[in-house]
Design a protein around this ligand. Structure first.
Ligand SMILES: NC(=O)c1ccc[n+]([C@@H]2O[C@H](COP(=O)([O-])OP(=O)(O)OC[C@H]3O[C@@H](n4cnc5c(N)ncnc54)[C@H](O)[C@@H]3O)[C@@H](O)[C@H]2O)c1
Length: 360
């Protein structure tokens, strides 16, 4: 009988209820025994729905860490609390999964990497898009060298009008920014992981606060309050890597564009290209002709069963617990996530100063 891991949840809001707790509850070798939220009813509801019979509820994560015998802590609070709580949990001997982005600032992200190293515990970040079937396949293509050297890539995170108006997403102080740090982070993580390139050389960025000023906007979640919408509505970046490769990052919660794509990337290599637009496609040239292949991600061609893999969140949680159980490196390493945070911060800095930011 393998060990049963005791998990504490900090932050029982949207992502806890939408991803972590439902997917963890499908695993046999974990139990959720402690729930913490500064809004106590949220912790109580989560404990009642996902906890063991003896599960405890806390409003203060420090008390939870001191009183509970936990193996793993999931940090699912707004961005500004990620570093403090993750570092405290690592330093008190817990493995930590923290939501994306790793931290509000690059300095905090680096402190988290240090804490993981000094504690000897595992730290991972919730970049769940890596665990989709199309991402997994694209990663395989890259690893097998089928695209050759990837020297141009695009990270897509564009919404036409889908500004998250709940919680603290529009609060610069709590989140550290708008769509760039919220959804640009997923697209950039995916792109760098595909390229397996974590050495940025120079970053140029721009950001805009234009549609944010609109009253009564046609937003997916109802109109936003322009007074409260203080973060950028769009931000764009050009990242030149040490090996000369170029990454274009586009992120927006509200843009006048029909090209909407989110948590996707397009890659161009010396042998072929691949993108996630309209399904996973590979493009190239063979026998002096161009080809475009569409990858069929369902399997078997059986009418009653499409053979689709588990959902990405279930795969993410399963692989995270396996990494702990089998002492493997997590799929998302803290070092990788830290580079994503450093690039995002460089884009913000470049947008503010109007100058390119040279990394290192
Ligand atoms: N992986 C993804 O695709 C994805 C999607 C959505 C959100 N997220 C990330 O998850 C995090 C939370 O987002 P959300 O949408 O769940 O927000 P949310 O506002 O719905 O939930 C956050 C919860 O944390 C609680 N909280 C705040 N400070 C706390 C503290 N110090 N201690 C304990 N609890 C605290 C809040 O009361 C709230 O219940 C953010 O970092 C966000 O970027 C990731």
């Amino acid at each position: 009988m393998s060990k049963v891991y005791r998990i504490g949840i900090v932050g029982c809001g949207g992502i806890a209820n939408g991803k972590h707790m439902p997917s963890l509850s499908k695993l046999e070798n974990v139990e959720m025994v402690a729930f913490c939220d500064i809004i106590p009813e949220r912790a109580e509801e989560a404990a009642a729905k996902f906890g063991t019979a003896e599960a405890k509820v806390y409003a203060d994560y420090k008390k939870m860490l001191a009183e509970e015998q936990l193996d793993i802590v999931h940090v699912l609070t707004p961005n500004d609390a990620h570093a403090e709580i993750s570092i405290a949990a690592l330093d008190s001997g817990h493995h930590v999964m923290c939501e994306k982005p790793m931290a509000k600032t690059a300095a905090d992200a680096r402190r988290m990497v240090e804490a993981a190293k000094r504690s000897g515990k595992k730290l991972t970040i919730g970049y769940n898009n890596r665990f989709r079937a199309d991402s997994w396949y694209m990663k395989k293509l890259c690893e097998e060298g089928e695209l050759g050297d990837i020297y141009f890539a695009k990270a897509h995170a564009i919404r036409r009008r889908a500004v998250p108006t709940w919680g603290v997403f529009l609060d610069e102080e709590k989140q550290g920014g708008g769509p760039l740090i919220d959804i640009g982070t997923h697209a950039l993580d995916l792109t760098l992981w595909m390229m397996d390139n974590y050495k940025p050389k120079v970053v140029l960025g721009t950001k805009y606060h234009e549609l944010a000023k609109r009253e009564n906007a046609a937003n997916a979640w109802g109109p936003w309050d322009p007074e409260k919408f203080t973060v950028e509505d769009s931000a764009f970046g050009m990242i030149v890597m040490e090996n000369g490769a170029t990454v274009m990052l586009e992120s927006s919660w509200a843009l006048n564009s029909l090209e909407v794509d989110e948590a996707k990337c397009s890659l161009s290599g010396t042998e072929a290209g691949a993108d996630m637009k309209g399904g996973l496609r590979i493009n190239g040239e063979k026998y002096s002709r161009l080809y475009t292949n569409e990858i069929e991600l369902s399997s078997g061609g059986v009418a009653f069963y499409d053979g689709k893999a588990e959902n990405a969140s279930d795969v993410e949680m399963r692989k995270w617990i396996e990494a702990i159980d089998q002492d493997l490196e997590p799929v998302v390493t803290p070092e990788q996530a830290c580079v994503v945070s450093e690039i995002l911060e460089a884009i913000y800095e470049s947008a503010r100063t109007g100058k390119a930011v040279y990394m290192n």
